[in-house]
Design a protein around this ligand. Structure first.
Ligand code: PXL
Length: 277
């Protein structure tokens, strides 16, 4: 029988940045390449992301409720919901409403608490917003903070060097706050970057890849999109994290070869075919 729900779908609650390859503009191609239908709910519209010196920013908060209401009328159900960059404190309450209305028994919620990097919050993230983000943690089946975000969420002072045992404690604290599984991404370990995968009742798993070059914008969004689509397609968390980390590594190598500016994200377009296999 014909239905809007005959193909797996992931709703992506994130911003639309026209330049800089992040959020919706990477989630759409990546999730689609992995054969899952991607349905974006924009949180804000930007000319380019906030790490550029100047950007146009249009908060979409007031438009989100009528937008969600139409999806409700269509009877859309999602196998996955991903949340990312949020534009205002009020918006976080709307995202909670979205999660409450659209999360069914079989919906995997991946919350990427996009708030900052290198120990610093992003330009539009006020301390109040960072505090509100803590409330989204409890909705997460999978939470994917980097070290900066894990520290902000757990009120832990940020530092450069982390023992794996300490990172595991951050993950445990985030689990206590209500997230089920946690991936702390991009932990520097010598020449490698390690992703720590925490699943309740299991030993922590470490997925390490050789560091290909300095971190680039938008890679966190590629990371969470691949994990979401792979898990919705039935992969284990550890396998999904490995696929995401390896994909980003090859994208960084290409971006260095092509001399892509650090702000511009990675030239993932060269490698999308790898995800289709
Ligand atoms: O990739 C994270 C991200 C997403 N969206 C916007 C951003 C950033 C990081 O700077 O500015 C608008």
């Amino acid at each position: 029988m014909e239905s809007h729900n005959n193909q797996k779908k992931i709703a992506v609650v994130n911003d639309f940045s026209g330049f800089g390859r992040c959020s919706i503009t990477v989630a759409l191609p990546v999730i689609s390449a992995m054969k899952v239908q991607c349905c974006p709910l924009p949180t804000s519209i930007l000319s380019n992301h906030t790490a550029f010196d100047s950007f146009f920013f249009d908060d979409y908060t007031s438009k989100m409720e009528p937008y969600m209401a139409e999806w409700k009328k269509l009877g859309l159900r999602f196998e996955g919901i991903c949340t990312g960059f949020l534009g205002s404190k009020e918006q976080i309450a709307l995202v909670k409403k979205f999660l409450e209305e659209f999360t069914g028994d079989d919906t995997m919620v991946l919350a990427d608490p996009v708030m900052g990097d290198y120990g610093q919050p992003y330009a539009t993230y006020t301390p109040e917003m960072c505090n509100e983000m803590k409330k989204l943690v409890e909705y997460a089946d999978i939470l994917t903070p980097n070290l900066t975000e894990a520290c902000i969420l757990t009120d832990t002072p940020y530092k450069e060097n982390w023992e794996m045992e300490e990172a595991a404690q951050l993950a445990e604290a985030l689990h206590q706050m209500g997230a089920d599984k946690i991936v702390i991404s991009g932990i520097p370990q010598g020449s490698c970057l390690t992703n720590l995968c925490y699943e309740p009742g299991q030993e922590v798993k470490l997925v390490s890849t050789e560091k290909a070059g300095p971190a680039r914008h938008g890679t966190g969004d590629i990371f969470s999109s691949i994990i979401a689509a792979d898990v919705v397609n039935g992969a284990s968390l550890e396998d999904a994290v490995r696929k995401a980390a390896e994909f980003i590594r090859i994208c960084i190598i290409s971006s260095i070869e092509r001399e892509i500016p650090m702000t511009d994200g990675v030239c993932f377009e060269d490698h999308l075919g790898e995800l289709v296999k």
